[in-house]
Design a protein around this ligand. Structure first.
Ligand code: PRE
Length: 280
C-alpha cells in the first residue's frame, strides 16, 4: 500500500505519516512523495492512502485541505497530531542582509514574530517546507529559508536560528484518507478500536439566508448530546454568500448509534457530506 504525502522527505507530513504508521503495526506501507497538496491529493487512488495537514495550533485550519474535502469523495480513516517547529537558515551573517526568504504558505502564519523583523525582505511562498530548503540551497547570496527544526542539525550556514515559530508549544493535526466516498450505512456498522470517535462532515442547507438555520442544525447534535469540536463556514463557491458548515463531532463508543441516527435525520433535511467516522 502507498501513503502519499507532501515531499521531498523531511516535511511535517512525512513526520506525521511516520508517527501514524507506528500506530499501525503489521501494515506494509511505502511513502510516496509529491511536491504540492494537489499532487498528493491526485495521487491517492482506490487502495492507497493520503495524508494532509488539517489544522495548526497557531495558524488555524488549512484551507487548502478543507476546500478539497468540501467536494471530495474521500473517507478519512484517522488523524495524527505532531509537534511543529522551525529553524531559520541564511547564507548571510546577519538578519539585515537577507534579501529574500523561502517560506511554505502555512509556515508563514506560524513565524510572524521572525518575519516582522524582516519587513523589506521578499517572501517567496513555497508549497512545502523541504522545497523551501531546496530552493534556498540552490539560491543566491542574500537568501534565507524557514525549514523544519528537525533538519537544522544537518545544516551549516553563516546564519542559523533555532525554534523560530511564534511559540514552542505548536502542533499540527493531519488527516489520513482513502479515495472512496464515506458511506453512512457502512460506517454506522464499523467497529471502533478505541472508546472515542470523531466524525467530520459538511452540512449545506439548500437555503441558508433565513433566521435560525444554523441554530436548527446545531440543535440536532445538542438534542443527541453529541459534542461538537469544530464549526466553520466555508463558501460553496456556487454563489456569493452561499455557505456550507464544516462540523467535527466527537463522542464515545456508546454514542455510535446516536450519531448515525442524528446524521440520518440531518441528511433528510440538508445536504450532508460525511467525511468519515474513525477512532481517536
Ligand atoms: O511543508 C511541510 O513541511 C508540511 O508538511 C506542510 C505543513 C502545512 O501545510 O500545514 C505542515 C505542518 C506545518 O503546519 C507547516 C507546513
Amino acid at each position: 500500500m502507498k501513503l502519499s504525502v507532501l515531499g521531498p522527505a523531511g516535511t511535517f507530513t512525512d513526520a506525521a505519516a511516520k508517527a501514524y504508521l507506528k500506530t499501525q503495526p503489521g501494515t506494509t506501507v511505502t511513502l510516496d512523495y509529491h511536491p504540492t497538496f494537489d499532487q498528493v491529493y491526485q495521487a491517492v487512488c482506490r487502495d492507497n492512502l493520503g495524508l494532509l495537514p488539517l489544522e495548526n495550533q497557531l495558524d488555524g485550519y488549512v484551507s487548502a485541505t478543507l476546500q478539497r474535502l468540501q467536494t471530495a469523495d474521500v473517507t478519512e480513516i484517522g488523524e495524527v497530531t505532531i509537534p511543529v517547529n522551525f529553524g531559520l537558515v541564511a547564507n548571510v551573517a546577519n538578519l539585515n542582509q537577507i534579501k529574500r526568504i523561502y517560506v511554505q504558505f502555512k509556515t508563514e502564519g506560524q513565524c510572524q514574530n521572525l518575519l516582522s523583523q524582516l519587513p523589506s525582505v521578499q517572501i517567496m511562498t513555497t508549497s512545502s517546507n523541504m522545497i523551501s530548503l531546496e530552493k534556498f540551497q540552490t539560491g543566491e547570496i542574500g537568501d534565507a529559508a524557514i525549514v523544519p527544526q528537525s533538519e537544522m542539525s544537518g545544516l551549516q550556514f553563516p546564519l542559523m536560528k533555532n525554534h523560530v515559530a511564534d511559540q514552542d508549544d505548536n502542533n499540527t493535526r493531519f488527516i489520513i484518507f482513502k479515495n472512496q466516498p464515506a458511506n453512512l450505512d457502512e460506517l454506522s456498522k464499523q467497529p471502533l478500536d478505541t472508546n472515542h470517535f470523531k466524525a467530520p462532515l459538511f452540512v449545506t442547507p439548500s437555503f441558508n439566508d433565513q433566521p435560525g438555520t444554523l441554530y436548527e442544525i446545531l440543535g440536532y447534535f445538542a438534542k443527541a448530546k453529541l459534542n461538537l469540536i469544530t464549526l466553520m463556514s466555508l463558501p460553496t463557491k456556487t454563489e456569493l454568500g452561499v455557505y456550507s458548515f464544516y462540523i467535527e463531532v466527537s463522542g464515545t463508543r456508546d454514542q455510535q448509534e446516536e450519531i448515525f441516527a442524528t446524521l440520518t435525520e440531518l441528511a433528510s433535511l440538508y445536504h450532508v457530506h460525511l467525511l468519515g467516522f474513525y477512532a481517536v
